[in-house]
Design a protein around this ligand. Structure first.
Ligand code: PEP
Length: 255
């Protein structure tokens, strides 16, 4: 059975004080993590501080993005995969829709980042998902297939997915309060798993596919109860400790 993962994407939110209060509240309520793994992805400046606060807790740390070039060099403003590892990150979110739409990240850039993350030993959380007009015009699977195929065509390819996670995040559901129905989400999750299974059924069977897009305590259990939904990537609700903890509990009980 795949172990559920609930990862909080804090986006560009926080301050030293707010971050330490949030982590403190998370750690005091976290409870049993045997069936559910929990990760938080703070903004870069707080990674070191959060790593220290989380030490020994079993809660994993992730970056929200990274440079598509590995190693070191003249890339002003960038953060490397190796730096994320050095700071204690296990995960990195790649290809989030905000990176794709606001910062022009292409499928090829995301695929290059996937290669660099795999080489550095980071587990990528690769985000895929369609825009509202793409769904309304019946192109959801076409868009998700294109985004996935870029990853499958990377150097790391399907083998790289043995140590990675896919997050299906319909763009129209991110930060909007609109959530895909469990049936809509399950349909795309099953499609993702089948597409990967065509390359390697074993890797597809073990791959965790998270749902993201306005997940809340109130809708989490129903989503996580679907056979191909293995947890969630949580934005807004990850900034509220009680709400995030309730979502983590739903991943524990909803399966
Ligand atoms: C996200 O940013 O990955 C996300 C899912 O955001 P929200 O939960 O706020 O929709």
């Amino acid at each position: 059975m795949r172990r559920a993962l609930v990862a909080g994407n804090w986006k560009m939110n926080g301050s030293r004080t707010a971050v330490s209060v949030l982590v403190d509240r998370l750690l005091s309520g976290i409870g049993d993590r045997e069936t559910t793994e929990v990760a938080v992805c703070p903004p870069f400046p707080y990674l070191g501080m959060v790593a220290e606060l989380l030490a020994g807790s079993g809660v994993a740390l992730g970056g929200q993005n990274m440079c598509e070039v590995g190693g070191a060099g003249a890339y002003t403003g960038e953060v490397s995969a190796e730096m994320l590892r050095d700071l204690g990150c296990q995960y990195v979110i790649l290809g989030h829709s905000e990176r794709r739409t606001l910062y022009g990240e292409t499928d090829q850039m995301v695929a290059r980042k996937f290669d660099v993350a795999s080489t550095a030993g980071l587990e990528a959380i690769v985000c895929v998902g369609e825009l509202l007009d793409e769904r309304q015009s019946g192109r959801t699977e076409q868009v998700v297939a294109r985004q996935l195929d870029a990853i499958l065509g990377s150097q790391a390819g399907v083998d790289g997915l043995a140590n990675a996670v896919i997050a299906y995040e319909p763009v129209w559901a991110i930060g909007t309060g609109m959530t895909a129905t469990p049936e809509q989400a399950q349909q795309v999750h099953a499609f993702i798993r089948q597409r990967i299974a065509a390359h390697n059924p074993q890797i597809a069977g073990g791959l965790r596919i998270l749902y993201g897009g306005s997940v809340k305590a109130a809708n989490a259990a129903e989503l996580f109860g679907q056979p191909d939904i293995d947890g969630g990537l949580i934005g807004g609700a990850a900034l509220q400790a009680e709400e995030f903890l309730a979502i983590c509990r739903a991943a524990h009980t909803g399966r």
